[in-house]
Ligand binder design. Structure first.
Ligand SMILES: Nc1nc2c(ncn2[C@@H]2O[C@H](COP(=O)(O)OP(=O)(O)O)[C@@H](O)[C@H]2O)c(=O)[nH]1
Ligand SMILES: [Mg+2]
Length: 476
């Protein structure tokens, strides 16, 4: 299917199964004509002769004249509809048999069954909304909490788009000042224009983009759960801890070293906050290719996490985790770190006292960050878990969002913003280093390009759009 095709007429069931009412949406140049062919209004007056924004009561009939259902049809005319095209919505009784029959009748008349997100895609292509707003529609449908609802609603209503538009204006202003400078520099008698004003504007732009990039950690935590990476040596009990936290046998536990080779993740709600627990392959020297790929991914997941649970087998010699500390601790900067001394059940009661364990750990790891939290527990016996859970909730305290806060929660937007940030940093460097105007302008254009990617409209290919809309539900 050509993703950019909007000239045919599509139909889809837009409601979830099992409700009292089921709605079929029809959109496209022939939406009204094709609906009229399966619909017999009680009044006798076809939809084609009716005003938009009206409801018409009637029957859906087979060509043989059998009544499939009594329905209400709403009518929208281009461009004043969700998709910007002529559209109808047929509200039937919510039987999936009825809905399938109506769909088949429409398809027999020449409609095409819509793909995921095709209505929203048409709305985007017809200029009803920009790409970030279209993506917010999917987020809104998927929203499960006040926070995710607010983020999606704000984005859908254009809060983010407006912020980007202001940035774009500033960037264009800066570009025009740069061009002015270029024009002047042709005249040899003129000095280089004073660049302090340019630097000032670039700094303002940098601050806004920087702020937006920073909001992603909150946005992502709210949407996908606060990422908690469980890392450590093989056999320390990481998978056992994951299972204990999730309260289900999610990951395979075994005393064979290197059992977990891939990343396993799942979410769990604690104290009203969704956490995304990520069990990783144990970190050790290995010659096994697949295992070392797994270990590489462990480090990736550690880097992406907000909270790191470093699981240590408390019965092991210090020597073992001292080596690991060099690999783990430098990567935990700016993150919350919990050191889990696991297998407390195997320690003698003398050894297992919290003070003693802490002293032992501090002696082994002198460069342990001050704010790291150390907990002793038994993942296998599920002892000491509640303390860990409480600590997680404390670490994860998320801000309350207001309706007007722009929070980036979409990874595509985050990546585009990060590239825009790199570009504006190059602009700033170029200005301070007195680089020539055309070099700086190039980075300015790149910054604009990446911001433009977020709202879309000029640059996206079928592939980009296909990727975005395939995650939508059919009928939206
Ligand atoms: N006694 C005891 N054994 C544990 C504990 N946690 C894990 N184990 C055992 O240690 C072995 C390795 O556990 P696993 O969760 O697969 O470790 P991973 O390699 O870090 O994922 C298994 O035999 C577990 O049953 C614990 O708290 N106490
Ligand atoms: Mg494991």
């Amino acid at each position: 299917m050509n993703i950019l095709q909007t000239e045919d007429t599509i139909c889809a069931i837009a409601t979830a199964q099992g409700g009292a009412i089921g709605t079929i949406r029809v959109s496209g140049p022939e939406a009204i004509t094709l609906t009229d062919r399966v619909f017999k209004p009680v009044s006798g007056k076809p939809l084609a002769g009716r005003a938009p924004y009206t409801l018409t009561f009637g029957y859906i009939l087979t060509p043989e004249g059998e009544i499939i259902d009594e329905v209400l049809v709403s009518l929208f005319r281009a461009p004043h509809s969700y998709t910007g095209q002529d559209s109808t919505e047929i509200s039937c009784h919510g039987s999936s048999y009825i809905l399938q029959q109506v769909m088949q009748l429409l398809i027999r008349q020449g409609c095409r069954a819509a793909g995921p997100g095709e209505y929203t895609q048409r709305a985007f292509l017809n200029g009803k909304m920009d790409l970030s707003q279209a993506e917010a529609v999917a987020d809104l449908i998927a929203s499960t909490s006040a926070a995710t609802h607010r983020m999606a609603m704000n984005q859908m209503r254009g809060g983010f788009s407006r912020e980007l538009a202001v940035l774009r204006d500033k960037l264009l202003h800066l570009t025009s000042l740069m061009e002015l400078e270029l024009d002047f520099s042709d005249h040899e008698e003129l000095e280089f224009a004073d660049r302090s004003e340019l630097e000032d504007i670039a700094r303002q732009i940098e601050q806004v983009i920087h702020h937006l990039v920073d909001t992603f950690s909150v946005g992502n935590a709210l949407k996908n759960g606060v990422p908690v990476a469980i890392v450590g040596e093989t056999n320390a009990g990481k998978s056992t801890l994951l299972n204990a936290l999730l309260n289900e046998e999610r990951a395979i536990v075994s005393d064979i070293h290197g059992t977990t080779r891939d990343v396993i993740e799942d979410t769990m709600n604690l104290g009203g906050i969704t956490f995304r627990f990520i069990d990783t392959a144990g970190i050790r020297e290995t010659t096994d290719t697949i295992e070392s790929l797994g270990i590489e991914r462990s480090f990736q997941k550690l880097d992406q996490a907000d909270i790191v649970l470093w699981v240590i087998d408390a019965t092991c010699a210090e020597e073992q985790y001292r080596q690991l500390a060099d690999k783990i601790l430098p990567r935990c900067k700016g993150k919350h770190l919990v050191i889990v001394l696991n297998k407390a059940d195997l320690l003698s009661s003398a050894d297992s006292s919290a003070d003693k364990q802490l002293a032992r750990l501090k002696a082994a790891l002198p460069d342990l960050p001050e704010d790291a939290c150390v907990l002793s527990l038994s993942a296998k016996q599920k002892e000491g878990l509640s303390q860990l859970q409480k600590q997680l909730v404390d670490f994860a305290a998320l801000p309350d969002l207001s309706q007007n806060d722009v929070v980036v929660s979409n990874i595509r937007h985050y990546e585009a913003l990060s590239r825009a940030l790199e570009a504006i940093h190059r602009v700033q460097d170029g200005l301070t280093m007195q680089l020539s105007g055309d070099l700086v302008s190039q980075d300015l254009r790149e910054c604009l390009y990446h911001l433009g990617e977020i709202v879309g409209g000029t640059i996206e290919t079928d592939e980009v759009l296909g990727n975005i809309f395939k995650h939508f539900c059919v009928g939206k």
